[in-house]
Design a protein around this ligand. Structure first.
Ligand code: 2AM
Ligand code: CA
Ligand code: CA
Ligand code: CA
Length: 264
């Protein structure tokens, strides 16, 4: 099947899923916790993932789907066409603010990221990319990232990492916070990645992300020259969780060498 056809189909179901999520606020949200008090899931996360699975299987039953809520089949390899889906990224924002949450989708063909989408559901803003053809914010092309210095940078990072913790040298994070122009924390990994690829943030760091948090975003990143790795500077494995950084290429190395230094 032609990539262009999959792209058109993907956009159509993302917009339809967005309409359904916006309507869902008028009926009951059932909120549950998963691994802990800050790890939430709702009936809408699950229903949205199921909607994607049903639509994709009707479109082409050979496509495989790896979704956060585990409603699809078990996906153990990236052979064939694989959709990696986060039906709602930023569930806490969804529940608490009714905004600032994204649908995030990456489509891989035999392990290569081909199509990436991050959709801001309430603003109806789409960031997307086609491998080798470019990236767009709605209908405007996204430009290659211009270089920035640390002093001019705005970095997406959670306040946790400025306090003593077992993941990274927090005193180096404090140095970074003092050096850069500003820091932000939006509560949706996909939103922060969308901001990095469109130059609204210069980097985003997380200690633990899963494939569905970053699949769509890393495909868009390639098209604008943003660099995405784990905190050891290695490529991300799309079947397991890992640490994560995405940055403007002019500061990625410096961030990892001087400021975002994991213990192990
Ligand atoms: P989610 O909303 O899809 O769960 C919140 O800081 C960001 O981290 C969100 O993008 C959230 O995705 C993601 N995240 C990944 N693992 C998480 C976890 N165990 N608990 C809470 N948020 C998590
Ligand atoms: Ca979640
Ligand atoms: Ca997520
Ligand atoms: Ca989610």
């Amino acid at each position: 099947m032609h990539l262009q056809q999959i792209d058109e189909f993907a956009k159509s179901i993302i917009f339809e899923a967005g309409r359904r999520i916006r309507e869902a606020f008028s009926y009951n949200l059932v909120i549950e916790t998963k691994s802990g008090a800050n790890d939430l899931v709702t009936n809408i996360d699950r229903e949205t993932e199921l909607f994607f699975i049903e639509q994709i299987k009707a479109f082409d039953p050979t496509h495989k789907i790896l979704g956060e809520e585990g409603m699809g089949e078990k996906v153990e390899s990236l052979d064939g066409v694989v959709w990696i889906i986060d039906p709602i990224d930023g569930t806490m924002n969804f529940v608490k603010q009714h905004r600032h949450f994204m649908i995030s989708i990456g489509i891989f063909v035999n392990g290569v990221g081909k199509l990436g989408y991050i959709f801001d559901v309430m603003r109806e803003d789409l960031f997307n990319a086609i491998e080798g053809q470019g990236a767009w914010y709605n209908d405007s092309p996204l430009r290659k990232l211009q270089s920035v210095s640390m002093e001019e940078s705005v970095i997406g990072i959670n306040a946790h990492w400025v306090a003593p913790n077992r993941h990274i040298h927090h005193e180096k994070v404090i140095e970074m916070v003092r050096k850069v122009r500003g820091t932000r924390s939006y509560g949706s990994a996909a939103m922060e990645i969308a901001f990095v690829v469109s130059g609204k943030l210069d980097a985003y760091v997380s200690m633990r992300l899963a494939p569905w948090d970053i699949a769509g975003g890393t495909i868009i990143a390639q098209e604008v020259g943003a660099v995405a790795t784990n905190l050891h500077g290695e490529g991300f494995d799309f079947l397991h969780q890992d640490t994560f950084i995405i940055a403007n290429p002019s500061i990625h190395k410096e961030l990892l060498e001087k400021y975002i230094v994991p213990y192990d």
